[in-house]
Design a protein around this ligand. Structure first.
Ligand code: DX5
Ligand code: ZN
Length: 214
């Protein structure tokens, strides 16, 4: 069954423990880290991940939307991330490989993320060692944006590469996922759905999570 990873970007940061509790029925917790450089928005960093770790046993799926992420891999691993995603557009390929090596050295799961402009085949140099590929279905930076239908082709292409080279690898889709778009991304091959506004904007987040799974 598909996993659901609510994004705390849509939570109330003054009531983060309460809002994490509201999505305890989910499989993973998605944490969006933004540096104001790789994307035009600033969110949270290492100390907030460390605090979240102290308050929940949920699997922490940390999405790094930051330039030159290799600089911060050890710190996010020590803060308690279970999985880290680095964007392929955020540094030279040799430094992306360094970042993945640092995750492995810390025993943390490894993922690469693709902006909508990046083609599926960009994952090829890394595919065999990855635990997950993250396909963005909005421009990264903000919650509540409209799902980019054109990205369904990229999801299908990534699914084909995963099936061929590393079938155990998860395929996460992030951006504009809701009860209408979830069936489309699942059909295209997603195994993990990130949802911010669709979960936190619902009266009953647990029901919204269940609706996405179905
Ligand atoms: C956007 C973030 C997403 C965001 C998704 O850059 O990576 O995780 O929180 O929000 P929704 O589900 O509202 O599109
Ligand atoms: Zn995200």
């Amino acid at each position: 069954m598909v996993k659901v990873a609510p994004s705390i970007l849509s939570a109330d940061f003054c009531n983060l423990e309460r809002d994490i509790g509201r999505v305890s029925a989910a499989d993973w917790l998605h944490v969006d880290v933004m540096d104001g450089m790789f994307v035009p928005n600033l969110t949270v960093g290492v100390p907030v991940v460390a605090s979240i770790r102290k308050h929940t046993d949920m699997f922490l799926d940390v999405h790094l939307m930051i330039d030159k992420p290799a600089r911060y891999i050890d710190a996010f691993c020590k803060a308690g991330a279970d999985l880290l995603s680095v964007h392929l557009e955020a540094d030279h390929p040799t430094r992306i490989a360094d970042a993945l090596r640092a995750m492995a050295a810390n025993g943390v799961k490894k993922a690469v993320a693709l902006r909508p402009i990046t083609s599926a085949k960009a994952i090829l140099p890394y595919i065999e060692e990855l635990d997950m590929v993250l396909v963005m279905t909005v421009e990264p930076g903000f919650g509540g944006q409209k799902f980019m239908e054109g990205q369904l082709d990229t999801i299908r292409e990534v699914r084909a590469l995963i099936d061929r080279y590393n079938p155990a690898c998860e395929l996460e889709v992030d951006g504009g996922v809701n009860a209408r778009t979830a069936p489309l991304v699942i059909e295209a091959g997603a195994t993990v759905l990130v949802a911010g506004s669709a979960v936190y904007g619902a009266d009953d987040p647990a029901k919204a999570i269940e609706a996405l799974r179905r």
